[in-house]
Design a protein around this ligand. Sequence first.
Ligand code: PMP
Length: 934
Amino acid sequence: MWSTVGDELAAQIAGRHFGISGTVRRLDGERDLNYRVSTDDGSRYVLKLHHPDSDPRELDLQNEVLRHLARSSVDLAPRVVSTASGQSIAQVEWVDGIRYARLLSWLDGVPWADSPATPERMTDLGRRLAEIDVALADFAHPADRRPELAWRITAAPQIAAQAMTMAGAIDESLRPVVARVVDRYTQHTRPALRGLPEQVVHHDANEHNILLDASGSVAGIIDFGDVVRVPRITELAVACAYAMQGHDDPIGAILPLVSGYDAIAPLGVAELDVLVDLIAVRLAMSVCMSARQLADDPANTYLGISQAGVRSALITLDGLDRELGTFRLRDHVGFEANPAARSVRQYFESGRAEPAPIVAAGTRPDVTTTHYGEQVTEGISLLREVAAVPDSPVYVPLDGVVFEVGDDRVATTHRTPDGTEFWTVIHGIVPGLEPGTAVERSQSIGRTGPAGRVGVQLATHRSGLTTPVRDGDADLWRSICPDPNLLIGDPDPGSVRPRRHSEDLARLRTVNFSRAMDISYRQPLHIVRGEGAYLFDRDGNRWLDLVNNVCHVGHAHPRVTAAAHRQATVLNTNTRYLHESIVEYARRIVELMPDPLRVCFFVNSGSEANDLALRLAAAHTGSRDVLVLDHAYHGNLSSLIGLSPYKFARSGGEGPPGTTWVCELPDVYRGRLRAGRDQDLAKGYAVSVDDRLSELHAAGRSPAAFFVESLQSCGGQIVLPDGYLRQTFAAVRAAGGICVADEVQVGLGRVGSHLWGFEMQGAVPDIVTLGKPLGNGHPLAAVITTPEVARSFETGMEWFNTFGGNPVSAEVGLSVLDVLRDEGLQANAAAVGDRMLSGLRELAARHSLIGDVRGAGLFIGIELSHDDRRPAAAEAAAVKEAAKRRGVLLSTDGPDGNVLKIKPPLVLSAAGCDHFLEVFDAALGAGEFTPASP
Ligand code: PMP
């Protein structure tokens, strides 16, 4: 009866105050009355009628938080609906007196509680909560500290004290657990919270307040009734306290939640340090609050929800080694697990420790030793064995105190000079001392057994003491038990690196590398070996590699690797000594260049080469202004991002610097002037260069250089119209600039008909930059210029590059040139390239998606298009994946990402080419991609 009256009244309030009419249904709630209001047009709202004791300033706080989120890019929270008169809170008459009413938009979704908490979902939740926290980081409100909020995590001691005094309120078995948790909070965590970042957080991400959409992704967070300014880490602690419930390994369960959060809002180490404790505090508070509130209101079933899970999670957490828990969190987000381990390793590596021998010299060289880090049946071994005389004394390597004595082992505690504790454990001995005994370096602590061998283990944390073979996370255990060879001192101990699963490699990339770094394919490949034009993955699958234009003469070419090895075993220095190799290499490069290019600089990357070219041009001309083609990429250095529209004009780019002048890309397939339709393509596109030069002139400036790739690579595998470079070079030179041909991608025989791309155009640049193919994967790049330009660079400032042109690099470069010549790879590029181009043109006749096939030698582009040459980017991405499923690796590029790039090692055979054509035909024909709607 009361509820019907309530529903009617709620409906009236919605209508009268908020102008919303609809059907009304009461929802669960802890303190306030909540109603769902559904209108005829399908809109839904939540009408909140707040408890008469509610503080209107706190309601305003909630509204302001929601408004702040609504203004941000985070679309996860309900929106505030104002009253008809523009207020966000209305005072309304309710059956028990005046209440405050608020109306919020309804969020669709099912509660987290109703779905399994998979690791993916945990990661998703972490990310979403972090997004909210990032959005709220700059939010402030006069009432945001909320000293009266009982759930405020920092109120834990008071809440626990009250609950403890209420007889029977908390189970006897839980009372000591709660007491321990709160005591630790007061002693240890609360002082640590002081320095942590604070902000307003949601503070109640429990399983009923998180909504999932139909795909299972987190789509909404509701109930902002507990928002409060606290240490930011509390938000994650609260979410973890709920998300870990029901899991046998609660810390393991929350790792993805923590790393999801960290991916968006990186966690400080001091925050990670308190997280496990704060989770325990939140669970303890839940126990206390539920006891307290249930005593006040025995009929409120909402309070009892999830208490079983809370209790068992609290008990499990209480039984865990908290520091080990924190180590796991640290390890998972990419820090070293135990932060103290560095100091221990340094004690040894710096030579300060000077450990004494553990046994007298061994007499049994035939014993097989387990190597540290080796996989042993179920886990990894954390000890090393040393051979000794049977029944001989075993010595403690450093001063310390005997910590534990087992049947056949002794653990001793030591300290580094900075006070860091660590342990040595000697296994396989007959112990001779009691725990607590102080021992001195070289003092005997027992005797070897009949086998003679003893196992040595080092530990930076007590959790490492118990067993020398551990399951699972090798990085974690390597931090807790560093290589005991630090004690033994074998100069070549045969250390073994952990074998990481592909999934772990992928995860570690995200935490220890910048996420700005990309990886190919939806399902990344774990490649372990290359040979010729093929790559092999960890499972032995073979992939035809049409992407790698770096391993020019074939992956892992034996002549190249032998050259590297041969020279590395003899000498590797810098260019400040006379050496045969670098001079021979320079001579060979000059033989490959047209006159008057004869002065070489050796560097380590295409970017370095282009950066140096920029300096040469500036030195030669006294100018800074540079012309580039639209969509060009010239390298990753600051100077070159500014010359690369491919970067500065796309996602994350900040536009061109004032000295960069972008000229039209001569794209004769999709550009302003088109092959087969327009005349004088070179001249027509060269106009753009003339225009930029005129603009420069009008501004009273003159060009330093025109940077241009001889064929456009990132720009979409574009072959320049005949005569374009000759015309533009002439114009640039006439205006006082010099011409730089970037041959980083296209040079060294790739185009087949010529050694260099600029030769296809009958042009000779003033500077040529080379990179990728020169070293077949070894970082070797070069700048070749004229004596005049080189002369201008001789200003008195020395030019030096530490690695560039060192003897190993030079020998590698020479071997690449030898292989290219001896195996006829330029001719192969011409022949196989022609075969591929004609095969592709045949396919184009059958597959309308192929808009254009172009290229030279083994530098080929396939542009996928819809009608009117509209770019088919999604299809290109899908074809790339479809080809991958059939064992062929392709990449996509171009301004719209719709050009499939083909630039394999030049050893690609006719059979490899035909295999690709078959795969490509099938990938296009299978329709395994979703064509975009017309
Ligand atoms: N120029 C061009 C045309 C390139 O394609 C690249 C690399 N993709 C570079 C320069 C930069 O070379 P690196 O990555 O070796 O620095």
